[in-house]
Design a protein around this ligand. Structure first.
Ligand SMILES: [Zn+2]
Length: 92
């Protein structure tokens, strides 16, 4: 018991695109569903999640770095088409 509760009060995650830390609420949670990367808009889908800023810059960086297969420990490439169109919609 250290008495330090700041971490649990304000959870941070690392964006798999730009590798910067941000509060969980600012990042989009991504999960793998049958080889597809899908946005978990409500944060309720089961399984391992990856976090990325909901911007095309971070999305494209993550794809180029193969960050999603690495995050999900996938054997092959993942389909990020649906994810990209989602990010395109939410990006101003
Ligand atoms: Zn980012």
């Amino acid at each position: 018991m250290s008495g330090r509760t700041r971490v649990s009060a304000c959870p941070e995650r690392t964006c798999v695109g730009c590798r910067e830390r941000a509060v969980k609420g600012d990042l989009l949670r991504i999960v793998m569903v049958e080889g597809d990367c899908v946005p978990d808009q409500r944060g309720t889908l089961p399984g391992r999640g990856a976090y990325v800023h909901p911007t095309l810059v971070c999305h494209d960086l993550a794809v180029r770095r193969r960050a999603f297969p690495r995050a999900f420990r996938a054997q092959g490439p993942l389909d990020t088409t649906a994810l990209r169109s989602y990010v395109e919609q939410v990006t101003p």
